[in-house]
Design a protein around this ligand. Structure first.
Ligand SMILES: Cc1cc2nc3c(=O)[nH]c(=O)nc-3n(C[C@H](O)[C@H](O)[C@H](O)COP(=O)(O)OP(=O)(O)OC[C@H]3O[C@@H](n4cnc5c(N)ncnc54)[C@H](O)[C@@H]3O)c2cc1C
Length: 371
């Protein structure tokens, strides 16, 4: 087993890896480029695989207490009429449940455990140089300090600096053609599970994220990848919401300030195998950035952290552990990324058939298999 590790990036993937490695007895340093280690104030959907990973990490109770965990979903027409509500299993396992949580709350839960487990956290610091030999990696940091590590984990997200350092020729993430708008709003009690509105000019869904809040996501086809100035955001989103009924008009009315809105163009990347070079390995969005169509990006990032620690415990040689890690992870990540992108493509092509929802259901079922 390795003695020490550097984790670059304190998102869901990096923090899960830090906790799991620390619990395996590794001396862990985690750096994040952001001096305030912030995360933007949007909601995040937590699907069954995320909940199972959080359960395995021992934080499911906290997610339940501060987020929303339930089961099932509700399908609606554009006007807001419920058209289907599949039955939920009795006493569902975490992997059969779903929910949502505010990103800053999830960050608070994970980061407080990172610190409690004794991870050394250094903020506002980046890697300046990486030089590795057979026995370790010498790292120079942007604050002028240096360190030597048995393992470096690049968990620095979709635009990973570490990926660029070890695989400089990998193409950049690719824009899909869709953009995602997110709005947090007060939750009426009747919105007690995910609601999807079908047949509208944009894809729209609502997810509870706490006892009294919910977040709404809208996927818009924006082939030219426009820049939206803050000044136009409120009127733009209000116009997108106009045709919808149900819980949507109240959200539309509450929308007065661009600060309530988060917008992200959707980009994806699936790094071909291997995801490591020597003793430097990539996890989470740095290796496989997906669109939100399966709401599983955080789940597979958390699984990466858990599996990485597991494979390092199973193998004496780091090279064997990293090979085994990538073998165990690649097909799962491919399934999420490729099928998410395919569903987005169908939406942009105006495919109203059952193909997309069927693919979503089948993939989610497949992901319930052990990771
Ligand atoms: C619009 C949208 C909606 C989404 N919705 C969902 C959803 O509902 N459910 C879901 O499960 N997933 C969702 N995802 C995907 C999910 O957000 C990501 O897959 C997940 O956050 C990846 O976690 P990560 O730890 O790999 O990376 P990140 O969360 O991106 O964390 C990377 C960290 O690295 C730090 N960093 C960056 N560069 C450096 C550097 N050079 N040096 C040091 N630190 C650095 C950053 O500050 C950050 O803290 C969504 C994605 C998008 C784009």
């Amino acid at each position: 087993m390795i003695a020490n590790a550097l984790i670059v990036g304190g998102g869901v993937g990096g923090m899960t890896a830090a906790i799991a490695l620390r619990r395996a007895g590794v001396d862990v340093t985690l750096i994040d480029a952001d001096p305030d280690w912030r995360v933007y104030g949007a909601g995040i959907s937590v699907t069954g695989i995320s909940l199972r990973a959080f359960d395995d990490l021992g934080i499911l109770d906290r997610i339940r207490a501060r987020g929303h965990v339930g089961a099932g979903m509700r399908g609606k027409t554009v006007a807001g009429q419920t058209v289907f509500e599949p039955p939920v299993p009795e006493n569902p396992r975490p992997v059969e449940q779903s929910g949502g949580i505010m990103r800053p709350v999830l960050h608070d839960i994970l980061s407080s455990i990172v610190r409690a487990e004794g991870v050394t956290v250094r903020l506002g610091v980046k890697v300046q140089a990486l030089v590795q030999d057979d026995d370790g990696v010498d790292v120079g940091f942007t604050d002028g300090s240096e360190g030597r590590y048995d393992l470096v984990v690049g968990a620095d997200g979709i635009f990973s600096q570490i990926r660029g350092m070890i695989f400089p020729d990998v193409p950049r993430p690719k824009f899909t053609g869709q953009g995602c708008w997110r709005v947090v709003a007060k939750r009426p009690p009747e919105v007690d599970r995910t609601e999807m509105y079908f047949g509208g000019p944009v894809k729209l869904g609502i997810n509870p994220v706490s006892a009294d809040e919910m977040y709404m996501f809208i996927l818009e086809h924006v082939p030219d990848n426009p820049f939206f100035a803050e000044a136009e955001m409120v009127s733009h989103v209000r116009a997108l919401l106009e045709p919808f009924g149900g819980a949507v008009p109240a959200v539309r009315e509450s929308l007065t300030d661009a600060a309530q809105i988060n917008y992200r163009p959707l980009e994806w990347l699936l790094l071909p195998k291997p995801w490591h070079q020597g003793r430097v390995v990539l996890i989470g969005d740095a290796a496989h950035a997906t669109t939100p169509h399966m709401a599983s990006g955080a789940g597979i990032a958390a699984e990466d952290g858990l599996v990485l620690a597991d494979e390092l415990k199973r193998h004496d040689a780091v090279a064997d552990a990293l090979d085994a890690f990538v073998e165990r992870r690649f097909e799962r990540a491919r399934l999420v990324v490729e099928n998410s992108v395919m569903i987005g493509d169908m939406e942009m092509a105006g495919d109203m058939s059952n193909k997309g929802p069927t693919m979503l259901g089948a993939t989610m079922h497949q992901l319930q298999q052990p990771y």
